[in-house]
Design a protein. Structure first.
Length: 157
């Protein structure tokens, strides 16, 4: 009986890191990024009403943290290499009018990212919120979310 208990403890503790890794890969950052509301505010720079974001507490906690997102690459400006990662495929992305601005993120990649528009990929990087803080000002010409130092995600870390 004593040996059976030791074997069961060994098996249980050996499986714990696998379960911890599995739980980490199930995090859905896209759902957390939906915690934002937009309010029309006059911007003297653009001489227009811009939708100024108000981010929820959960997403503010992720500002500056490493995250990973699965989505579809949408080229924004091929001449400058700008890309966007969309939660949805090209036919139903934000730019086609089928989703909200919280479903896309601007990509600033460490190295060029090779992609196919119809094939999902997983990217990892540092999340930055486009908002007014002590150190930065909201930029109406950028997306709500920015993924800095983006690379291909690997869960072998």
């Amino acid at each position: 009986m004593k040996y059976l208990f030791i074997v069961l403890v060994f098996i249980f503790t050996d499986c714990m890191p696998i379960n911890a890794q599995r739980n980490k890969s199930n995090i859905d950052y896209w759902t957390t990024m939906m915690d934002v509301s937009l309010k029309a505010k006059f911007n003297p720079l653009t001489e227009n009403f811009d939708n100024t974001p108000t981010f929820g507490k959960k997403i503010i906690k992720l500002d500056g943290k490493k995250i990973f997102l699965k989505g579809f690459i949408i080229p924004a400006d091929l001449t400058k290499g700008r890309m966007t990662l969309s939660k949805f495929s090209y036919s139903s992305c934000y730019f086609c009018g089928a989703a909200g601005p919280e479903s896309v993120i601007e990509i600033i990649a460490k190295n060029p990212i090779i992609y196919r528009m119809d094939k999902p990929i997983i990217l990892e990087g540092t999340l930055r919120l486009n908002r007014t803080t002590d150190k930065s000002e909201y930029d109406p010409f950028r997306l709500l979310y920015i993924l800095e130092d983006a690379t291909y995600y690997s869960n072998n870390k």
